[in-house]
Design a protein around this ligand. Structure first.
Ligand SMILES: [Zn+2]
Length: 427
């Protein structure tokens, strides 16, 4: 028997995948992603402008005076935060509605009516309000007790809160918005559990949640810690991806879990938050001196300074966007490599990455990618997949087929179907 490997042409396969999403659909996906970047800048500027306006009109100062006249200082923080967050939320509501609902509908991502979307928006707003009130209440206890070093302790407090959120979010909050049902017995479920077992993930069940209630975008996750570990797939993934693609996606998600990305991110973001708090601490005195007279802001422990303090923190994070995105993106790249090695489905992963390209810019420029993209691009993923395949074949792998054509027809089928749903008036 002759052992001449059939030539696998990786560059050719990469081009074939990248060209699978083209024309008007590629333009729309580019426009969607570019819009996301532009709107993130607009949203930031609007939040600064609203904060400025609420100070200039005397609203913040008046609110502080009223709550502190009726309640002890530590307790006054809570009504202050509740009223301020509600007023701020009402002013920015039209922008939120446009961005989170109508824009998603226009691009064919959302599957919800306005009413259904707004109901969930209110639930999330309510949960956020409670979490914010608890966080700010505790933060101001820390700030008032430790005026010089609060930013270190405040970052520690944030880390604890984020950890609690990560712990309770998948177990208690996610089921409020979606229904999780055990995945039907079958070969695909067995494949997923085998991947999990091979990777040492302590999960013995797979759940499917009704993601299609909100969106037609594809997603899955492996979440939880300490006995709450669960493997979950959006029903959109099952509906829109072939079994090979599902295995590729689940292996990527298992990669996040096995590589402890959640703890790595918790650590990285705690450090960033500490730097952000230090920045806000340093600039607060200057800002309060410059504007504080008219705005009625006292020292850093004054709750009337909270909107200013948070504006400074969000300014820091706005400029740290590329840093945050690079931290996330490097984890995503690691999970991609892990997933390819675990599932050994390079064509499945390339195909599903191009399906994501129906609503994510496939091939942005290097600066745009660095600043705004928190995931590897379609080009990155297709390239990594095909290079993996080429390297494995060169090393003598027998489970990969060098003559298998790129799964372009499958990508084109998905893209055409999605486009028909978007334009056909059908949901
Ligand atoms: Zn990921």
């Amino acid at each position: 028997m002759q052992l001449i490997a059939l030539a696998f042409d990786a560059p050719h396969a990469i081009d074939a995948y990248l060209n699978a999403v083209s024309g008007a659909i590629r333009d729309r996906s580019d426009a969607y992603d570019e819009g996301e970047a532009i709107w993130s800048v607009v949203t930031f500027l609007v939040s600064l402008a609203v904060t400025f306006g609420l100070y200039q009109t005397g609203f913040i100062r008046g609110l502080r005076d009223r709550v502190e006249a009726r309640l002890p200082r530590w307790a006054a923080v809570f009504p202050f935060v509740l009223v301020y967050t509600l007023v701020f939320g009402l002013i920015t509501l039209p922008l939120d509605i446009w961005l989170s609902h109508f824009r998603e509908v226009a691009y064919g991502n959302s599957t919800q009516t306005f009413g259904a979307w707004f109901g969930e928006y209110l639930i999330e707003f309510g949960l956020n309000l409670v979490a914010t009130a608890i966080f700010v209440g505790l933060l101001y206890l820390v700030i008032r007790a430790l005026k010089r070093t609060w930013w270190i302790w405040g970052a520690g407090l944030s880390a604890v809160l984020i950890a609690v959120m990560l712990l309770i979010l998948p177990v208690f909050i996610a089921p409020l918005l979606n229904t999780y049902t055990p995945m039907e017995e079958g070969p695909l479920r067995t494949d997923i559990l085998n991947l999990a077992t091979a990777a040492g993930v302590p999960a013995d069940d797979v759940y499917v949640y009704d993601r299609s209630r909100q969106t037609n975008t594809i997603s899955a996750n492996v979440s939880g810690i300490l006995g709450t570990t669960r493997v979950s797939l959006g029903d959109t993934l099952l509906a829109d991806a072939t079994p090979a693609e599902v295995r590729a996606v689940m292996a990527h998600e298992i990669g996040h879990y096995v590589l402890n990305h959640i703890y790595e991110m918790l650590f990285a973001f705690t450090v960033l938050i500490a730097i952000g708090f230090a920045f806000a601490n340093g600039t607060f005195a200057w800002a309060a001196r410059t504007f504080g007279g008219k705005w009625g802001i006292g020292d850093i422990g004054d709750i009337a300074g909270m909107p200013l303090l948070f504006a400074l923190i969000s300014t820091f994070f706005f400029f740290a966007t590329p840093v945050v995105n690079t931290i996330i993106r490097s984890n995503e790249t690691e999970a991609d490599a892990y997933g390819l090695a675990l599932a050994r489905e390079p064509d499945g992963f390339a195909a599903v990455s191009m399906k994501l390209g129906a609503y994510r810019k496939i091939d942005p420029g290097p600066v745009e990618r660095f600043v705004f993209h928190d995931h590897p691009t379609g080009r990155d993923r297709v390239t990594m997949s095909m290079n993996f395949k080429a390297a494995e074949l060169a090393a003598g792998a027998t489970d990969l087929d060098p003559s298998q054509a790129p799964l372009v027809p499958e990508v084109e089928r998905y893209v055409a179907e999605r486009e028909a749903k978007r334009t056909g008036g059908g949901k």
